[in-house]
Ligand binder design. Structure first.
Ligand code: GTP
Ligand code: MG
Ligand code: ZN
Length: 330
C-alpha cells in the first residue's frame, strides 16, 4: 500500500497540481493522486500544522486520515495532504501519507528504557545548545547528543549560550580535537554566523530546559515570538517554557525546530560497540588497544593515546562513562 502512495508522491512532485479547489473529485479512485506535499511544523494532540511547498507562510491545519492508522506524524515530516488546504480559519485538511524519512532524531528516557521518543523527522543538523552558566554545561550531555545525531547521519553543531555569564574556553578546549563546529553567543548578540550555518537546512535545537534555545530561535527568526522563561532559582533549571516542538522558517531559507528542554538523552537504541566510531578523533587512538578492547578496561590504549595527543581527560572520561552506561545501564 505504501508503495502505491509513494508512487503518487513522486507524481505530485513532477506535475504538482495547482491549488485549485474546484478540482473535481471522483468517488471511484483514491483521492490521493491530488495530494499536495506539506511540511509539518507543529503537532498538538492530534492536530497538525503544516505548510505547502509553494506557500510556506500560510499555515494549514490538518488531521490524520483514518487510513494512516497509528502511524506517527512528526514535526519535520513531509506529508501528502488532501482536502481543504486553503489555510482559511476553521478549515481542516487530511494527511494521507508520510514520505519516507531521511533521518529521525530520537532518544530514550535513560539508557535502559525500551521506549523511544522521536523528536523530529528529517533533520539535517542538530544544534546542541548548552549554557556556559545557569545551568552549567555538561560534556556528557553533549557527547550523547553527538552520538544520537551521528547515528542518524545528522550533523551536530554546538552553540554555547549565556557567554555574558561565563567563559567558553574550557568547553572549546574539550572539543578542540573533535570536528564539531562551535558557536558562542549571548542574548542580544549578532547571530549572523549561526544563521549562515543553518541556512538552507532543517536544523533542530536540543538542550536542557533554560539553556536559551527559544531565546536563540527568537534571535534567528525575528518573527518567531517563542516564549522564553526564567531559570528556576532552586533547581538552576528552566521551567520547561516550551512544551512542544515547532518548526520556524529562517529569514534566509531553511527551518529551525525549537523543542522543549530535555532532562536526559538516553541512548538505549545505540550499541556500545559502535559508540567509538562516532568520535573519529578517539577512534584513531584505538590501534594499541588489546584485542576486543571495550575501551573501559585498564589496558585500553586510549589512555596513553589521549595523553600523547592533547585529548582532554574529560572527553575520554565522557566516552568511557557512555560505554559503561550503555553496557551496564546507568
Ligand atoms: N544571562 C543570559 N540569560 C539568557 C541568555 N539567553 C537566554 N537567557 C535567559 O535564560 C532563560 C531561559 O531561556 P529560554 O530561551 O526560555 O530557554 P529554553 O532553552 O528555551 O528553555 P525551555 O523552553 O524550558 O526548554 C530566560 O530567562 C532567558 O532570558 C543569555 O545569553 N544570557
Ligand atoms: Mg524554550
Ligand atoms: Zn581500548
Amino acid at each position: 500500500m505504501n508503495k502505491r502512495h509513494h508512487h503518487f508522491d513522486e507524481d505530485d512532485i513532477r506535475r504538482r497540481p495547482g491549488r485549485n479547489k474546484s478540482r473535481p473529485r471522483s468517488k471511484d479512485r483514491p483521492s490521493h493522486d491530488s495530494a499536495l506535499t506539506g511540511f509539518v511544523t507543529a503537532v498538538d494532540r492530534g492536530r497538525f500544522t503544516l505548510v505547502l511547498e509553494d506557500a510556506p507562510d500560510v499555515p494549514v491545519y490538518a488531521v490524520k486520515a483514518r487510513e494512516l492508522g497509528r502511524k506517527g506524524v512528526l514535526v519535520g515530516d513531509r506529508v501528502g495532504v488532501v482536502g481543504d488546504t486553503s489555510g482559511t480559519v476553521d478549515t481542516l485538511a487530511r494527511i494521507v501519507n508520510v514520505h519516507p524519512r531521511t533521518a529521525m532524531l530520537r532518544r530514550t528516557a535513560d539508557d535502559t528504557d525500551a521506549v523511544e521518543r522521536a523528536i523530529v523527522a528529517n533533520a539535517q543538523q542538530v544544534v546542541i545548545v548548552q549554557a556556559l552558566a545557569d545551568p552549567v554545561p555538561r560534556i556528557r550531555f553533549i557527547d550523547r547528543c553527538i552520538v544520537a545525531a551521528k547515528s542518524e547521519g545528522i550533523k551536530p553543531i554546538l552553540v554555547l549560550t549565556k557567554s555574558d555569564l561565563a567563559s567558553d574556553k574550557e568547553i572549546r578546549e574539550t572539543f578542540s580535537s573533535f570536528d564539531l563546529p562551535i558557536f558562542t553567543t549571548h542574548q542580544g548578540a549578532n547571530v549572523d554566523e549561526i544563521l549562515d550555518a543553518l541556512t538552507g537546512k532543517v536544523s533542530v535545537v536540543i538542550g536542557h530546559s533554560g539553556v536559551g534555545k527559544s531565546t536563540l530561535v527568537n534571535a534567528l527568526v525575528p518573527t518567531a515570538q517563542r516564549l522564553t522563561g526564567d531559570v528556576n532559582d532552586v533547581t538552576g533549571r528552566g521551567r520547561h517554557t516550551s512544551t512542544s516542538a515547532v518548526a520556524l522558517r529562517l529569514p534566509t531559507s531553511g527551518w529551525i525546530v525549537d523543542t522543549p528542554g530535555v532532562r536526559s538523552f538516553g541512548l538505549a537504541h545505540i550499541k556500545a560497540e559502535t559508540l567509538i566510531s562516532f568520535f573519529p578523533d578517539l577512534a584513531k587512538g584505538t590501534t594499541n588497544c588489546p584485542r576486543a578492547c571495550s575501551h573501559i578496561e585498564e589496558e585500553c590504549g586510549l589512555t596513553d593515546y589521549a595523553a600523547a595527543h592533547d585529548i582532554s581527560q574529560s572527553r575520554l572520561d565522557s566516552l568511557r562513562r557512555l560505554i559503561t552506561s550503555l553496557t551496564e545501564g546507568d
